[in-house]
Design a protein around this ligand. Structure first.
Ligand code: SF4
Length: 105
C-alpha cells in the first residue's frame, strides 16, 4: 500500500533488484560460474560429518533411490557435476553426493 503511494521508491526498488540480478553478468560471469571457484567440501570436514555427507550417494546406506544433491532443494548448480549447498557456505558439494539433510521440498 505504501509503495503505491510512493512511486519513486517503488521504481528505485525495481532498479535495485534488476541491478543486483545482472551484476554477475556485467562482470562477465554467470551466477553459476561464480560458485565454480569455490572448493569442494571434504567428507572429513566436521560440518560434512555432522550430516553424514558423502560425495557419492550410492555409498550412503540411508539414501533412498533418486535422492542426491542434484535434486535436493538446498542445492544450487555451479557446473554439471558440483554445486552449492546452503548447509556449507563457501564450499561446493558433488551433484552425485548425499547427506542426511536431503530435502525434496
Ligand atoms: S543438504 Fe542437500 S545439497 Fe546439501 S549436502 Fe545434503 S543432500 Fe547435498
Amino acid at each position: 500500500m505504501n509503495e503505491l503511494r510512493n512511486p519513486g521508491r517503488r521504481a528505485l526498488l525495481k532498479r535495485t533488484a534488476v541491478g543486483l540480478s545482472i551484476a554477475p553478468l556485467a562482470l562477465g560471469r554467470s551466477p553459476a560460474a561464480l560458485g565454480a571457484d569455490l572448493p569442494l567440501i571434504s567428507e572429513q570436514d566436521p560440518a560434512a560429518k555432522a550430516v553424514h555427507y558423502l560425495e557419492d550417494a550410492s555409498r550412503a546406506k540411508e539414501a533412498t533411490s533418486g535422492t542426491d544433491c542434484s535434486n535436493c532443494s538446498l542445492y544450487g548448480a555451479a557446473g554439471a557435476k558440483q554445486g552449492t549447498c546452503t548447509l556449507f557456505p563457501g564450499k561446493l558439494v558433488k551433484a552425485a553426493g548425499w547427506c542426511s539433510a536431503w530435502s525434496g521440498l
